[in-house]
Design a protein around this ligand. Structure first.
Ligand SMILES: [Zn+2]
Length: 326
């Protein structure tokens, strides 16, 4: 049982406090002017996060939106952070029509995902050749995504490919949920493809800070990614913290993951933006600790990501039994 990081395999227990969802490198037509493409700035941001007390950051940038595996390994080495990288594909809106990734069938996509997880990611996904020069930097999990209460044909193919790659590698599957929608539905879909809910990480669950939904999904065994801090236009952070606290009281304390998902140039300290990736450990986590207590917070930050990102030796097969993960 290992976690596969950009610097090699480590014991899950060695991750320390982890931010389950960020992007050191990210370029997408969906966010014009917000490209994260500068290695020196990525390193500077990573150092701030490390200085603020986190020890692991998961980079959730999948194929074709500006990931830079060799640079990510250098950022890990230079900052002291453990970094886990992603393979997979984002929701369809990130890829313009005609993008080479959208032309591949599930088998071809799965082959790319397995290559990234077992051999190494290519130095560059773009300008479009899946056979670009390889690095020896491997991904540690499979990213997928769906739209708001919708799964396009491409997104459905990616889910199928992710399930295939999961069966061949034991890597966890992360799903981007638009505004937290369709969580049960995507768990059903993945279960039908043989991916147990306990191997699924539902990203952006707290875009719908719903303690009842959190408890339901946790009882199925899924990991719930809470990464909505510092989005004050939508609601105060107290609402997120209260939802997390209520979900823990309802038994979800071993399923919740905490991340920042800063993801934009205008929000990175190193690009002269605010609030920066270190906002999570410096501002949000102390507030969360005040409400849920240190033991519960440590579980969310240390034990849960270690469990969520472990690559199983023998992948689990199908199952939606709520007792399964216990
Ligand atoms: Zn993200």
């Amino acid at each position: 049982m290992i976690v596969r990081t950009v610097q090699g395999d480590v014991a899950p227990g060695s991750l320390g406090p982890a931010d389950y969802h960020e992007h050191f490198f990210h370029t997408t037509a969906l966010l014009p002017g917000e490209d994260l493409d500068d290695e020196e700035r990525a390193l500077a941001e990573a150092r701030l996060v490390h200085a603020a007390g986190l020890r692991t950051v998961v980079d959730a940038t999948p194929i074709g939106i500006g990931r830079r595996p060799a640079a990510l390994a250098r950022v890990a080495r230079g900052s002291g952070l453990t970094i886990v990288a992603a393979t997979g594909a984002h929701r369809e809106a990130h890829y313009p029509s005609g993008h080479w990734l959208r032309e591949l069938d599930a088998g071809a996509l799965a082959a790319l995902f397995v290559r990234d997880l077992t051999e190494g990611m290519p130095a560059q996904d773009e300008p479009g050749s899946p056979s670009a020069a390889a690095t020896d930097v491997r991904a540690g999990f499979i990213k997928t995504g769906i739209g708001y209460w919708s799964v396009s044909a491409f997104e459905s193919t990616v889910l199928e490919a992710a399930a295939q790659a999961h069966h061949r590698t034991g890597a966890a599957v992360m799903v981007h949920l638009e505004h937290g929608s369709a969580a049960h539905e995507v768990l059903d879909r993945l279960a039908a493809l043989g991916v147990a809910p306990s191997r699924v990480i539902l990203a952006h669950m707290d875009r719908s800070p719903d303690r009842i939904l959190f408890a339901e999904l946790a009882s199925r065994g899924a990991f719930l990614g809470c990464d909505g801090a510092a989005r004050l236009k939508e609601w105060p952070e107290a609402m997120l913290i209260d939802a997390i606290g209520a979900a823990i009281a309802a038994g979800a304390g071993d399923r919740i993951l905490i991340g920042g998902d800063v993801a934009r140039r205008s929000r990175f300290t190193s690009y002269a933006g605010m609030p920066g990736m270190a906002y999570l450990p410096r501002r949000f986590l102390p507030r969360l600790r005040q409400v849920i207590g240190d033991d519960a917070a440590d579980r969310l930050l240390v034990a849960n990501p270690a469990a969520a990102f472990t690559m199983n030796d023998a992948p689990e097969s199908t199952g939606t039994d709520p007792e399964r993960y216990a």
